[in-house]
Design a protein around this ligand. Structure first.
Ligand SMILES: N[C@@H](CCC(=O)N[C@@H](CS)C(=O)NCC(=O)O)C(=O)O
Length: 229
């Protein structure tokens, strides 16, 4: 890390996110696992058409998506890139295994969730399906659960079949893949998707749920969480 940081740079890392955003949630878990103190700036994704689409946030991330993390004088976006940055600048505890094969496996599990399941079900996609193509709430839910269930079934097969799986997705310490799994399961439940036939994923979720880094990162534990929403 640079030694020429200004006072502002040395301020607490600031995570611009939303309590129920699974991408922001991944970063919250990673920050907590690494023991990085951080502060939250909520970006309400729905109110007034979405604060992520307002100029103030677009200046941080022209893509109009959370999370954005201000850290070390930088503004970082894309949850997996942010977590990789944390891994490189704050290596302990490691969220990726030491061996290339292990790292490829963990990144592959993480991307199964973050690159293949999540983008199909993002808010802006659901809003297009509803507003432009006229899907009703039941059809939108069908779409959502189709991709979640298909993706999680594949993830379950990969986790169940692999000797590298331990108490967590890879070995006995939580890592990048677990950061992605936990929020995705929450959102699957939120939309009433089936979690049948996913014993390994649910076992790992339960192992994560007892860790303070995960409980503090949970959607409902965030200051901007809306009870019963
Ligand atoms: N690939 C991005 C995805 C970010 C993303 O899709 N964030 C969602 C919340 S989970 C968002 O900001 N959605 C706002 C919208 O769709 O308008 C990442 O991993 O950070």
């Amino acid at each position: 890390m640079s030694t020429n940081l200004t006072a502002a740079d040395r301020a607490l890392p600031r995570l611009h996110g939303y309590w129920r955003s699974s991408a922001a949630w991944r970063v919250r878990i990673a920050l907590n696992l690494k023991g990085v103190e951080w502060s939250a700036t909520p970006v309400h994704l729905v109110r007034g058409g979405g604060e992520q689409r307002q100029p103030a946030f677009l200046r941080l991330n022209p893509q109009g998506l959370v999370p954005a993390l201000e850290i070390d004088g930088l503004v970082l976006t894309q949850s997996l890139a942010i977590i990789e940055y944390l891994e490189e600048t704050r290596p302990a505890p490691a969220l990726l295994p030491p061996d290339p094969a292990g790292r490829a496996r963990v990144r592959s599990l993480a991307q199964l969730v973050a690159s293949d399941i999540h983008p199909l079900n993002n808010l802006r996609v659901l809003q297009q399906l509803e507003g432009r193509f006229g899907l009703d709430a039941a059809q939108r839910r069908d779409w959502y659960c189709h991709w979640v269930e298909e993706g999680l079934r594949a993830l379950e097969k990969r986790i169940a079949a692999a000797p590298e799986t331990g108490r967590f997705c890879h070995g006995d310490a939580p890592g990048l893949a677990d950061c992605c799994l936990v929020p995705q399961l929450y959102n699957a439940r939120r939309y009433g998707c089936s979690l049948e036939g996913l014993p390994e994923l649910l076992r790992i979720e339960a192992a994560c749920a007892v860790l303070p880094a995960f409980t503090a990162a949970a959607a409902d534990a965030q200051a901007d969480a809306v009870a019963g929403a």
